[in-house]
Design a protein around this ligand. Structure first.
Ligand code: GRG
Length: 296
């Protein structure tokens, strides 16, 4: 019987060891920068994106070593996005991952630079993995895809659409486009990249692509629900933010019950997309259920 709790715990430990190794030691003239990067990167979190990288690699029969560089890179990029999102010029938040936000501890300038450095170093870590564990051509394709997911057509575009849309209503289709860029793109790059580095065929990547799109959207629907229903203690961050900032959300547009139905429908869609995979995709199946049932 697959035990997701133990699986996630064991994976998080492997990922955190690799993340710690990929950071510079906090020494020398820029020690404070390295300390700030470490503060947010090693603050826990679910590690969902790097876990997806490794699980997708294994789902197609690959060895996790081939995808470890990508796993670290996506978590570094995710952490940079959280640090920048929390800045006073964006969401202006005080708590993240159960502790004061980066700028509350290190100041706005260092927090901004810690985010910049995590984003840049992510690509160094991924590029270097071509030397020891993954075929360079596959790493190159993965770098291009990850840059696209994080950049001006992906996560950054999503953040801009989100910020400029505050106080304005949205249709479900517009919301889907926003989240596809803001959070979905990084999920998609994690799953596709992990599979590619694991040696996936084109057909396998296509199935996993459909899985990741459904999963990314389900994650966001549940994130919106948790913002309404969760507590700051449970979430490690402020809740009720979306209503305060006049953001369009799934519960605001569809109501709680229909949002829950949508999340469950997306879970089913994710499961269906990988129905043709054997036991090697069990982790991905359980992760899809976890994303919908999670309380944090
Ligand atoms: C600043 C360029 C830039 C982008 C920011 C992703 C993002 C765009 C902002 C994060 C704000 C936010 C709360 C988005 C909603 C979904 C989300 C990414 C939640 C946090 O991800 P989790 O729940 O966090 O995986 P942990 O801490 O578990 O890693």
């Amino acid at each position: 019987m697959f035990d997701l709790h133990s699986y996630l715990k064991e994976r998080a430990q492997i990922i955190e060891r690799a993340l710690a190794q990929s950071l510079e030691e906090p020494a020398g003239a820029a020690a404070r920068l390295h300390e700030a990067m470490r503060y947010s990167l090693m603050a826990g979190g679910k590690r969902l994106r790097p876990v997806l990288v490794l699980a997708s690699c294994e789902a197609v029969g690959g060895k996790v070593e081939a995808a470890m560089g990508l796993a670290c890179a996506v978590e570094m990029i995710h952490t940079y996005s959280l640090i920048h999102d929390d800045l006073p010029c964006m969401d202006d938040d005080d708590m993240r991952r159960g502790r004061p936000t980066n700028h509350k501890v290190y100041g706005e300038a260092i927090a901004t630079l810690a985010g910049d450095a995590l984003l840049t170093d992510a690509f160094k870590v991924l590029a270097r993995s071509a030397h020891n564990s993954a075929p360079p051509a596959l790493v190159l394709e993965t770098i291009a895809e990850l840059a696209g997911a994080a950049g001006s057509a992906g996560m950054v575009a999503g953040q801009v659409i989100d910020l400029l849309g505050e106080g304005k209503s949205k249709t479900v289709e517009e919301l889907e486009e926003l989240h596809g860029k803001k959070t979905g793109a990084l999920f998609l790059a994690s799953v596709r990249g992990g599979a590619r580095l694991g040696g996936a065929s084109g057909a396998q990547i296509e199935s996993l692509d459909a899985y990741a799109r459904a999963l990314g959207l389900a994650f966001q629907v549940v994130d919106d629900l948790l913002d309404v229903q969760g507590t700051p203690e449970q979430m490690g961050k402020r809740t009720q933010k979306d209503v305060e900032r006049g953001k369009a959300t799934y519960p605001a547009i569809l109501g709680i019950e229909r949002s829950l139905d949508l999340a469950r429908e997306l879970e089913t869609r994710a499961h269906r997309a990988i129905a043709g995979f054997g036991n090697s995709a069990d982790a991905l199946r359980h992760i899809a259920t976890f994303v919908v049932e999670r309380k944090l």
